[in-house]
Design a protein around this ligand. Sequence first.
Ligand code: RFL
Ligand code: PHB
Length: 389
Amino acid sequence: MATQVAIIGAGPAGLLLGRLLANLGIATVILEQRSRAYVLGRIRAGVLEDLTRAALNRAGVGARMEAEGLAHAGIEIRFDDAAARFDFQALVGREVMVYGQTEITRDLMDDRDAAGLETIYEAEGVALHDFDRSRPYVTYQRDGVTHRLDCDFIAGCDGYHGVSRASVPAGAIETFERVYPFGWLGVLVDQPPVAPELIYASHPRGFALCSMRSARRSRYYVQCDLSDTVAAWSDARFWDELRRRIGPEAAEALRTGPSIEKSIAPLRSFVAEPLRFGRLFLAGDAAHIVPPTGAKGLNLAVSDVCTLSAALGEYYTEQSTAGIEGYSARALQRIWKAERFSWWMTTMLHQFPEMSPFERRLQRAEFDQLVTVRAAAQAMADSYTGPPI
Ligand code: RFL
Ligand code: PHB
């Protein structure tokens, strides 16, 4: 089998790249190691920047998002007993869209099926070959049979644990990493959200976040220990802990119910440089991880593949290699901005082990700065809603 661009991974990065390249008349095959149902079962991101929303619309896959997504013009940040609303519209003239990653993934999968574009699920043992030469290829097994996919380029969109980044010789790649000493325990529940907008709360017992997926489905998180297990957190314990951290008014308004999903995610900042190795490109979580506090991971995956698809479009339609040569540097500019913001939000709002009272006071001063200095609030709103490229 042969194609122009072999895409590894059917997460949002791989699927959107496939749609963007199809729009440019470029052929793709996606190889995904999991089943479609497994990919759709992962509960992840919920907040889309303006640019992500615009990119999905431009790509032609935004109709359901526009109909069902919730536009949010601000967020609340709480610190101990203090609370402030940040009005993104007033501060920077932009808003965000709350629409689950699961729904985007479903929209992209349905679109790909309707267009008759090939996705091979449950592709095992994917291996990348000769991407440092002119004719790369990918091998994989399905139902016990080995297949070979010849291509011009390989796009590694296979997430943090994928095979693409791992295929690069160690001497050709540099990585930067911070692992945080805590995780997020997330619960999905079929109950109306506690408030019309997201609440980020820093409390002496730890961080908490109230988010949502729709007017009837809510998503909540509490900071937890890395050693915690889902089994140790009954629904009752989770609701109790959340109530303690989000302030009395929200605790009062909180509507609880049986969790329909519960999972623990570790928090990490990570960047690999560069993002291109001959004819292999890395995009999305394969190239970088941000802690979820800034809601940036999915948005970065989208901006990476927008940049990459434009570069590949230039190559095929204008026979110019300038775009693919500049891809890494271009994408990394935005990536490091998002890394800084996500690290900063995480550092301001979480309880760190062995944090001194001095450091807690500094966190409070950071919050007060946001509340009292308009330029500081504007900078936060600019980063949260997504700065123009
Ligand atoms: P994904 O979604 O991990 O998809 C990669 C795909 O590659 C497949 N794969 C392979 N396929 C073939 N061969 C192999 N060897 C393979 N190895 C892996 C995997 O099965 C998978 O299907 O990466 P992608 O597409 O780059 O998308 C990135 C986003 O998923 C991620 O950044 C966001 O979910 C991060 N994130 C958030 N981002 C936001 O922009 N806003 C948010 O509000 C937000 N909240 C979150 C988040 C991530 C979270 N967790 C669980 C990490 C909240 C949480 C709790
Ligand atoms: C979510 O709804 O899952 C969500 C929202 C905002 C974040 C992280 C996750 O910062």
